[in-house]
Design a protein around this ligand. Structure first.
Ligand SMILES: Nc1nc2c(ncn2[C@@H]2O[C@H](COP(=O)(O)OP(=O)(O)O)[C@@H](O)[C@H]2O)c(=O)[nH]1
Ligand SMILES: [Mg+2]
Length: 368
């Protein structure tokens, strides 16, 4: 019997970071853990990053778990067969929701003899929560993206409020209390995946029984689809070569994301998540992220030596038209090439909008 831990939550909430930190913590206790990343496209920064930290990694690409349910099951079966794992943590696409009905219940119903499905865990970024709450306080009509964010929280068994290191202790207490009173059936846990503070409480919550599994999410699929379709989705790979000697991979990625951040702020485009890994010829990995228009990129991992060449993966989910995102990333790359003294050659820009969500299964709670 294996344990399957389903993770959901908005773009940039910290699902991959949580999954990696939790996997390492569980491995330290003797468990054998694998993780699964998931995306609408291929060429994933998340997969590159987790592979650098964990041995057992699989990905489900080209659609979310609900629409690629059989691929998810196949990935779990393959991990168990090849790596003998006893725990699988799986991160859903950040623009996906309705997972109790489309993933959790079908897994329990059809594969319940082989796996225990842990409580559905929604990872929440406190500052994203605050941004949507402020828009509501200003009396703005709820945006489709905010609607999607709310559905993700409503269906959670565990509301995992991550990044507590980014808010004051007072605000953290206030947010946790607010979520507890608004979602009495959920367990609400506050922690930080990067510092590891209170991560143990999240692991404990995964051991407890699911408390919200019979939630009926009254979700409007047209609105859910509209929210997803607001985002242009870009995954691109680039070969980088220093014009002389070596180049600083993290500095190159920082310039790309800074340019993109300013562009998004100027065009009032919500950034779900933009992230870059650069793998250098020496085998080093730099990783930077951006989760807010106008903000400075976060350095998640740096390299400490200059490299002659590298391969970059750019993933960006931004609320704008695909052609605009292609042009913005191309412009940002040109600026970065210039400032880091690099020449780059890229796969063709390929931004797209996710298609209408069509889950393979959609099950009502038992007895409903
Ligand atoms: N300050 C802080 N940043 C975090 C924390 N967890 C994740 N992040 C950052 O948030 C960004 C998005 O994280 P990621 O795990 O890729 O989010 P995902 O899109 O939900 O998978 C990255 O820059 C992470 O380093 C945290 O606990 N504290
Ligand atoms: Mg991720």
């Amino acid at each position: 019997m294996i344990t399957f831990v389903p993770l959901t939550g908005f773009l940039g909430a910290g699902k991959t970071t949580t999954m990696t930190a939790a996997a390492l913590a569980l491995q330290a206790k003797g468990r054998k853990v694998a993780v699964i990343t998931n995306d609408q496209g291929v060429e994933l920064v998340d997969t590159k990053l987790v592979r650098s930290e964990l041995d057992s990694v699989a990905e489900v690409t080209g659609g979310c778990f609900c629409c690629k349910f059989e691929d998810l099951v196949e990935a779990v079966v393959a991990l168990v067969a090849s790596d003998g794992v006893d725990t699988v943590i799986a991160e859903a696409v950040g623009s996906c929701t309705d997972l109790q009905a489309t993933v959790v219940r079908p897994l329990r119903q059809y594969y319940g003899d082989d796996m225990v499905v842990a409580p559905l865990t929604t990872v929440v970024d406190p500052l994203r929560h605050l941004a949507f709450a402020r828009a509501a306080e200003r009396g703005e009509p709820e945006s489709d993206l905010s609607y999607l964010f709310r559905q993700q929280i409503t269906e959670a068994d565990v509301i995992a409020v991550n990044k507590l290191d980014t808010v004051s202790p007072e605000r953290a207490v206030e947010l946790l209390a607010l979520l507890r009173s608004a979602h009495p059936k959920a367990a609400v846990v506050g922690y930080s995946a990067t510092t590891g503070a209170h991560l143990e409480e999240l692991l404990d919550a995964w051991q407890a029984p699911a408390t919200n599994e019979d939630v009926v999410l009254d979700i409007d699929y047209d609105r859910y689809a509209a929210a997803e379709a607001q985002l242009a989705w870009m995954n691109q790979e680039l070969d980088l070569t220093a014009t002389e000697g070596g180049f600083d991979a993290a500095a190159w990625a920082r310039t790309v994301l800074s340019e993109l951040s300013s562009w998004a702020a100027e065009h009032d485009a919500v950034i779900g998540h933009a992230k870059i890994t650069v793998e250098t010829a020496d085998g080093d990995l730099a990783k930077l992220s951006l989760t807010e228009a106008g903000a400075r990129p976060t350095l998640d991992r740096s390299t400490d030596r200059a490299a002659p060449t590298g391969r970059a993966v750019v993933n960006a989910r931004v609320a704008c038209e695909p052609a605009a995102l292609d042009a913005a990333v191309t412009g940002a790359v040109e600026a970065a090439d210039l400032s880091a003294a690099v020449t780059s050659s890229a796969t063709a820009p390929v931004s797209f909008k996710p298609s209408y969500p069509r889950p393979v299964h959609r099950l009502a709670p038992a007895g409903a």
